[in-house]
Ligand binder design. Structure first.
Ligand code: C5P
Length: 207
């Protein structure tokens, strides 16, 4: 397996969990591109500035993503910040960060420097960042199903998580269209194992 496999989809569609397991099965790293947008959102919180203002400060930080077999570690200037990237505060500002072209360019440059093979998840990995990818998938599920999956990961009520997912779907619409050659998988009625099996079956069909 020498290539790149992209797994895109809206927030809480399960793409990171699927990417991680598919990568493990194939014995290659996985990369969660959303972490890099989250790291830029964290920079805004640390500097107490807006998404627009952080654009001018990107050069001040050295942003690194190091894949390990079980997780992605994110470093800002050598300090590991992975644990701070999944808060509701970051959820709330990350879309405003991700909509800015200069920030997208910055994140895409970090991603394109990572040597293949890998499985990468995000919104526009198959459509924009890695159009040459060998296999492209796009996961979907209803907002309610996605909110139910996400509640255990956030210290918040179902309604709060659902409202946040619907808001982020709207805010991320621009960069979230599936690649034309992506395989679209509706995961509403599949468990994690079922989605992983479906993806692996497309990559290497059993006869
Ligand atoms: O995937 P995750 O939910 O962690 O992504 C966080 C945010 O980063 C998304 O809501 C979106 O605004 C942005 N993002 C993006 N393009 C990607 C990955 C993430 O715009 N490829």
């Amino acid at each position: 397996m020498q290539g790149i496999i992209t797994i895109d989809g809206p927030s809480a569609s399960g793409k990171t969990s699927v990417a991680k397991l598919v990568a493990q099965r194939l014995g290659i790293p996985y990369i969660s591109s959303g972490l890099l947008y989250r790291a830029v959102a964290l920079m805004c919180l640390l500097e107490n500035v807006s998404a627009e203002e952080i654009e001018h400060k990107l050069g001040k930080y050295r942003l690194e993503l190091r894949p390990t077999p079980t997780q992605n570690l994110v470093f800002l200037d050598g300090h590991e910040v992975s644990a701070a990237l999944h808060s509701l505060e970051v959820d709330q500002i990350v879309s405003a960060v991700a909509v800015r072209p200069a920030i997208r360019q910055y994140v895409n440059d970090v991603l394109r420097r990572i040597p293949p093979p890998f499985v990468v998840d995000g919104r526009d990995m198959g459509s924009t960042v890695f159009p040459q990818a060998q296999h492209k998938f796009y996961l979907t599920a209803s907002p309610e199903v996605r909110a139910r999956r996400r509640v255990p990961e956030r210290d918040a009520a179902f309604e709060t998580v659902l409202a946040e997912i619907i808001r982020r779907d709207q805010a991320d619409q621009q960069q979230s269209a599936p690649a034309r050659d992506a395989i679209i998988l509706d995961t509403s009625h599949l468990d994690l194992d079922g989605v992983v099996r479906a993806v692996l079956e497309h990559i290497a069909p059993s006869s």
